[in-house]
Design a protein around this ligand. Structure first.
Ligand code: AVJ
Length: 328
């Protein structure tokens, strides 16, 4: 009995498109220009991100997958220690890693239901269908929503103890202060005894990090450029994708990976949705994404400042990635 709840910002699709148009118009009118990474994940973007997760350079997914495989038994026991719980998966995507935990919880016969949330409607439809087949007895409520809307929904609709997952270094897309703000918001939606599992990409050799966002096969470039293609498709833009290139750099002092789309010549782009022309100078860059890396100490501090207590940190064998278990 799987259900899909759609809380995306629209009733007929128009409001969603209007919000997208407004954000794009604002970002392209600023100096320096920017576009938000939240818009990467249309159907094509979600598919490209799945390809990224399979890249040899993109160590994040493999590291987190292997740490969960290694620690799944202890994780399942920790989650279920207080009886029935709602397993909430923020930014679930294809839930590739969470499935290890679901499998473990099922084999330990722990009572829970599963509430995956994601901004990609396509991903949630796919996951819901897929779990129906793999775990026909599992109670799954997939929610299509942005984080804040999703958290409000949780508060109103889930009555039992909660275990909230925020895996995959999704926290990395927030600026440091926003990340802390977001973890505090999660804390405010939880009750004492609820749990929070946070996946953070740890500080490491800058060359390893840079390669993960600048892969040899160009999948990350295609993922970044898809944002322009999405603007063309949904907002009636006329971006020439060949006239922009993906550029990524890592700042080892700030611990932040930055991605850009660089205009390779002077050009103008017109958007029907805003009826506006945007000018790009030769080699002008549009910022599209930040991916923050954390030390264990920084991540622990973020959790405790937000009002959580660290229970334990699970790491992969190479120490590349951590899933940190916090208690409300
Ligand atoms: C989905 C935000 C975790 O920042 O590593 C991957 C997105 N961007 N390659 C990340 C991404 C470029 C990813 N997160």
């Amino acid at each position: 009995s799987n259900t899909l709840i759609d809380l995306s910002r629209k009733t007929d699709g128009s409001q969603d498109r209007a919000a997208f148009a407004k954000d794009v118009a604002e970002g392209l009118s600023q100096h320096p220009k920017k576009l938000s990474s939240r818009y990467f994940y249309d159907a094509t973007g979600s598919r490209l991100f799945q390809e990224i997760m399979a890249l040899p350079e993109y160590y994040l997914t493999r590291a987190e997958f292997s740490l969960i495989r290694q620690h799944r038994s202890a994780m399942a026991k920790a989650f279920a220690a207080g009886g029935f719980f709602h397993l909430v998966d923020l930014g679930a995507g294809d839930a590739m890693k969470t499935k290890l935990l679901l499998q473990e919880l099922v084999s330990q016969e722990k009572p829970f239901d599963y509430v995956p949330m994601d901004i990609s409607g396509a991903a949630m439809k796919e996951l819901s269908k897929n779990l129906q087949q793999e775990h026909p007895d599992m109670h799954v409520q997939a929610v299509v929503a942005e984080y804040v809307t999703g958290l409000q929904w949780l508060e109103q609709h889930l009555t039992e103890r909660k275990v909230v997952l925020f895996l995959g270094s999704n926290i990395g897309n927030f600026e440091r202060e926003e990340g802390l703000e977001f973890v505090s918001q999660i804390r405010q939606h939880l009750h004492p005894g609820d749990l929070f599992l946070l996946g953070v990409d740890l500080s490491k050799d800058p060359d390893t990090i840079l390669a993960a966002y600048n892969d040899a096969s160009g999948i990350t470039a295609a993922f970044n450029l898809n944002l322009l293609d999405r603007i063309n498709r949904e907002l009636g833009g006329n971006f020439d994708l060949d006239a922009f290139k993906h550029f990524a750099l890592y700042d080892p002092q700030l611990g932040v990976m930055k991605s850009f789309l660089v205009s390779q010549r002077a050009q103008e782009v017109y958007l029907e949705a805003t009826q506006t022309r945007y000018t790009f100078a030769a080699w002008e860059a549009v910022h599209t994404e930040n991916s923050h890396k954390y030390t264990l100490q920084q991540a622990k501090e973020m959790g405790s400042t937000a009002g959580f207590e660290l229970v334990t940190s699970y790491l992969d064998a190479e120490g590349h990635f951590a899933d940190m278990l916090f208690k409300a």
